[in-house]
Every structure is written in structure tokens, then in C-alpha cells.
Design a protein. Structure first.
Length: 262
């Protein structure tokens, strides 16, 4: 469901009634006449819908985590806020950047429109920016020939299936974050699909090596062996960017997660 489009249609609908009343219907009513309901209701909703549309389009947008690909940073059921202006001001619906503010940086957690189906929003961590050479081999990450620092920490318990995963603290772009690795999972990418700039990637039994093309980003989930990401479906173009995730504002199953993740 394209909520932004629905909101825009409601904005046009209620705004049309408010405008029609201002320029025509109000003049036709006597001073003591009550507004008809079909004028009163749209006029009442118009400012509310306008404020929501502007906030959601240019400031912050709520997003719910639908899968476990970003565990342990984000878990299923987390409601997060996404900064819509961190990477530039964009025209709503068409998502065209009109004012540059900043660019995605390595280590950012970013929401974007899935390249294979732009009606779907995905969330992953930025691993590679334009021009980077990314190598993920034998469960170790290299950026431009430099292995990214990591250190062992306590194993992570998946409560929903009572299973432990090896947990590491990895630093990418100066951002330290937890990742999960399944030692029994193969190092090789199990499956890939055809995608633009597929020729920029080489696959083997150890993993994958990709050069990020201009205007694109290489994304990976923190749950490394349980994430379909740029290793599988390719690069994220700049025009698909939604915003930078930064705050957990609720989780029905785990209320204590409020305020986490910055």
C-alpha cells in the first residue's frame, strides 16, 4: 500500500473542498447558515492532513521493522523514525532530490525503496559508497582493501527459536555496531539475481567482491547470514533513498527498547 499516495489524494480532496468553500460556497450562505456537513468535514480534516503530509514528506517518517535481517540492531516489531532530510530534500511521491543536504555514509542505517519493487521499503546498513571496492569473504568485510575492525562479544540469543548466534562488534565508517554470524552457514552467496551493474561483482566459494558504481550504494544486513541484500539483488540507486533511520519509538513486545538506536 502506497501510504504517501493515499495521503496526497486525501490532501487534494479535502483541499479542493476548502478552496471551493473559500471562493464560492461561503459567499452563497447567509451569515446565520450552518456549514453543510460535506463542507465542514473536509475543511476540518484538511489542515491535519496537510501537517501530516509535510512532516512525513520532509521531516520524519515512521517505519516498522518487518524482518530479522537487521538483528541485533533492530528486531521484528520495532517502530522506528526515519530522518527524511538527512540525505537531501526530495519531492514527495517522485522522490527527486531538489536540495542536497548530505550523502549516505558508511555505517548509516538507511531506508530505501527496494530496487526490484519500488513499492516496498527496505532497511539495511550502508557498507559501500560510490567507487568503493567491497569484499565480503569468509565472513570478513574488506572495504578498499582494508579489513574492517571487529571483536568478539557475547553470543546473541534468538528468543523466538532459542538459538544462539555468534555476535561481533564491527566498525564501519567509524560506526561500531553488532553483527551476527552463523558459523555453519556457507561463505558463498547461496543465490543471486540479475541486476544493473551485475558485471561489477565477482562471486566465488569464499563470498563476493563488488565495485560500487557511481550514484549507487552497497547495503548489507547486520544479521549477515540471514539477510538478502546487495550481495543478492545488487546496488541501491540514489533515487531510491528514503532516509536515515535513527530512533526506536516503540515495540509492543519489548517496550524497553524505546529510545534505543541512534
Amino acid at each position: 500500500m502506497n501510504f504517501a499516495l493515499i495521503l496526497f489524494v486525501l490532501l487534494l480532496f479535502t483541499g479542493a473542498f476548502a478552496l471551493a468553500d473559500a471562493v464560492y460556497f461561503r459567499e452563497q450562505r447567509r451569515a446565520d447558515d450552518k456549514e453543510p456537513w460535506w463542507i465542514e468535514y473536509p475543511k476540518s480534516f484538511f489542515p491535519v492532513i496537510l501537517i501530516v503530509f509535510l512532516l512525513r514528506s520532509f521531516l520524519v517518517e515512521p517505519f516498522k521493522i518487518p524482518s530479522g535481517s537487521m538483528v541485533p540492531t533492530l528486531v521484528v516489531g520495532d517502530f522506528i523514525l526515519v530522518n527524511k532530510f538527512a540525505y537531501g530534500i526530495r519531492i514527495p511521491l517522485v522522490n527527486k532530490k531538489i536540495i542536497g543536504v548530505g550523502e549516505p555514509r558508511r555505517g548509516d542505517v538507511m531506508v530505501f525503496r527496494f530496487p526490484e519493487d519500488p513499492s516496498l521499503d527496505y532497511i539495511k546498513r550502508v557498507i559501500g559508497v560510490p567507487g568503493d571496492k567491497i569484499v565480503y569473504a569468509n565472513k570478513r568485510l574488506f572495504i578498499n582493501g582494508v579489513e574492517q575492525p571487529h571483536r568478539q562479544t557475547s553470543d546473541y540469543l534468538h528468543r523466538e527459536r532459542i538459538h544462539y548466534s555468534r555476535q561481533l562488534l564491527e566498525k564501519v565508517g567509524g560506526v561500531e555496531h553488532a553483527i551476527l554470524v552463523e558459523d555453519e552457514a556457507p561463505s558463498a552467496v547461496p543465490f543471486t539475481r540479475a541486476f544493473p551493474f551485475r558485471e561489477n561483482c565477482n562471486y566465488n566459494n569464499e563470498g563476493v567482491a563488488c565495485t560500487v558504481p557511481t550514484g549507487h550504494y552497497f547495503m548489507m544486513g547486520d544479521n549477515r547470514d540471514n539477510s538478502a541484500d546487495s550481495r543478492v539483488w545488487g546496488f541501491v540507486p540514489d533515487e531510491n533513498i528514503v532516509g536515515k533511520a535513527f530512533f526506536i519509538w516503540f515495540n509492543f513486545s519489548e517496550p524497553r527498547r524505546f529510545g534505543g538506536f541512534h
